[in-house]
Design a binder for this molecule. Structure first.
Ligand SMILES: [Zn+2]
Length: 577
């Protein structure tokens, strides 16, 4: 979460949003007791293990462990960043996101407006330009697909866009900031001229940049918007917004290199393709991809440059390959791109190729074993030396284990079983996402409190928790902090509570306790809670007692020693007399 937005605002936002309503618009929910259930939108399943609790304002999947508040859901489901999710909820709730002095400058909303207007202008211009329309038809694109992608045309003059939109200094300045102008000796002029225009949308569907394909031999074949406050090319994927609009969470996603590839694939029914904008695949793009689909298929040219680009994509992917996610690589025949491929050979052939894409593991081991003689000892040693550091980047889990055993069986070399690597957050759940902790009184008390913060009001003698001896109870500070916190805000929901504690080291622990199964009936809950807290009290009363009885025992010894001392002194004094 971001420290840029005050906690109080997040609290208000969570209070005004309803998680059931928000999720129901995207995933059909079924009522089950006091909660709602569905088949999880984040993993494949046939029996529902995804639950939404209106009271906690929290969702949780017992299958894959996904959990969170409305904010978390929007981030996970829509692939939004934290700030964007907050923005979206604020709009729905009619709240204004505070822009305090501490905040980072937010992009001028005028930039979005001017880019939207530019996109509209280009679409209009396309209609008036038969040459551009001919070109698109020649590429096999229908009017419908061009409309879907808002494909447009930038006229060939030097100032068509300026004349149309830059009609005052403010708007001229916005066009400049949005990266739509170039500056020469004689002033500003349109950056994009005589080009087919592909608007690039952010994850909320706002135009943030353009890619332009030249219609003449003048200048580079493809020209992109420069980086601006709205557009960071390493963090965006062309076509992702549209793909998700059509399908929500995708089964798999195809990553290609060009805008035209994305559009051509959509024309042939592959509506799940996205493109990096002339950059190597970045880790943030991989993150985005896996937020949208469990399987990512990277599609590259089969030539040397294509293989290099694929390897960079693999490197960006390794650290993100959590359980249940997979990446594949599809290499096209030399000289082909997805656009030419699908137009020449049709959708069936392309679908077969997608189906036959190489699993990451195969591409990985091919990469290291090509040119190495595994029949020789030094060949195998070289192979292990080169490949092992990459495997250490994989998150712990079944896939990593499989890769390590493959490395071992190919090299006849036994690796140390615990290859150092990213450390799993402490206290992680097991595969099924179920809590693996035992029910100690402290955990039970914490779980009740997290799930039902109002219970704090029912506690008597809170001061006793600050009494001597209780510091010996491990984790009691968290309980005390939580009791204090909840008694000040008895009406808070679980989601709000967790949002407040987002930076607390105990958060992962509390998140787990937030989804523990507790008895359903409310009066029983109170009793369980009181019992658990009394058990905590009892345990330290007993600690104190045993400590004191020690002291008392020592007292008796002390007295005996004193007596002995006096007796000895007396004896000595008697001798002196
Ligand atoms: Zn799940």
């Amino acid at each position: 979460m971001s420290g840029l937005i005050p906690d109080s605002f997040i609290e208000e936002l969570l209070a005004r949003s309803d998680i059931v309503e928000l999720i129901e618009r995207r995933v059909p929910l079924k009522r089950s007791g006091s909660e709602y259930q569905a088949c999880c939108p984040f993993h494949d399943e046939k029996t529902p293990s995804f639950t939404v609790s209106p009271r906690k304002q929290f969702y949780h999947c017992f299958g894959c462990g996904a959990h969170g508040s409305v904010i978390g859901f929007l981030m996970q489901y829509e692939g939004l960043e934290f700030l964007d999710a907050v923005d979206e909820l604020a709009r729905a709730a009619g709240l204004e996101v505070p822009s305090g002095g501490k905040q980072l400058p937010r992009p001028d909303t005028g930039l979005y407006d001017i880019l939207q207007s530019a996109s509209k202008f280009y679409v209009e211009q396309l209609r008036n330009n038969p040459g551009a329309v001919e070109y698109l038809k020649g590429r096999g694109l229908s009017g419908e697909i061009c409309r879907d992608f808002d494909i447009g045309y930038a006229p060939s003059g030097w100032d068509s866009l300026i004349k149309h939109l830059g009609i005052d200094t403010r708007r001229l300045e916005l066009l400049k900031q949005a990266g739509m102008l170039s500056t020469g000796n004689s002033g500003d002029y349109d950056k994009f001229r005589n080009r087919i225009m592909f608007p690039i949308h952010d994850r909320r569907g706002r135009v943030i940049a353009f890619g332009g394909r030249a219609l003449s031999d003048d200048g580079p074949k493809y020209l992109n918007s420069p980086e601006t406050t709205l557009y960071h090319k390493g963090r965006e994927l062309y076509g992702l917004y549209l793909a998700r609009q059509r399908a929500g969470r995708l089964d798999h996603i195809i990553v290609v290199e060009g805008y035209m590839d994305v559009v051509a694939l959509a024309q042939f029914g592959f509506k799940n393709a996205v493109a990096t904008s002339g950059t190597a695949t970045t880790p943030s793009q991989v993150e985005l991809l896996f937020r949208s689909a469990d399987t990512v298929i990277f599609c590259f040219d089969g030539d040397k440059a294509g293989r290099q680009a694929a390897w960079r994509a693999l490197e960006a992917t390794l650290p993100k390959l959590r359980e249940g996610l997979q990446a594949k690589f599809l290499f096209l025949p030399d000289g082909e791109d997805p656009d030419s491929m699908v137009r020449k050979h049709g959708e069936k052939v392309f679908a077969e190729q997608v189906e036959a894409a190489k699993p990451l593991s195969e591409f990985f081991f091919d990469h290291f074993t090509s040119g190495i003689d595994l029949g020789k000892l030094d060949g195998r040693a070289k192979f292990v030396e080169q490949a092992q550091p990459y495997l250490e980047k994989l998150p712990p889990g079944g896939f990593r284990d499989m890769m390590i055993s493959q490395l071992e069986s190919r090299s006849f070399h036994k690796l140390k079983r615990h290859v150092p690597g990213p450390v799993a957050p402490s206290g992680t759940n097991d595969e099924r996402g179920k809590p693996i902790q035992t029910r100690t009184p402290l955990r039970v008390a914490l779980a009740h409190l997290v799930q039902n913060p109002a219970l704090a009001e029912q506690l008597e003698n809170i001061d006793e928790f600050n009494g001597p001896g209780n510091t010996d109870v491990q984790g009691i500070e968290i309980f005390r902090e939580l009791v204090d916190f909840c008694s000040q805000r008895p009406n808070i929901s679980t989601a709000q509570l967790l949002a407040h504690w987002h930076e607390h080291p105990a958060l992962p622990h509390l998140e787990k306790l937030a989804v523990w199964n507790l008895p359903g009936e409310e009066d029983k809950q109170l009793q369980e809670f009181i019992d658990a807290t009394n058990r905590i009290r009892l345990s330290w009363v007993e600690t104190l007692l045993s400590r004191i009885s020690n002291i008392m025992l020592q007292k008796e010894e002390y007295r005996a020693l004193q007596k002995r001392q006096q007796a000895l002194k007396k004896q000595l004094e008697g001798q002196q007399d």
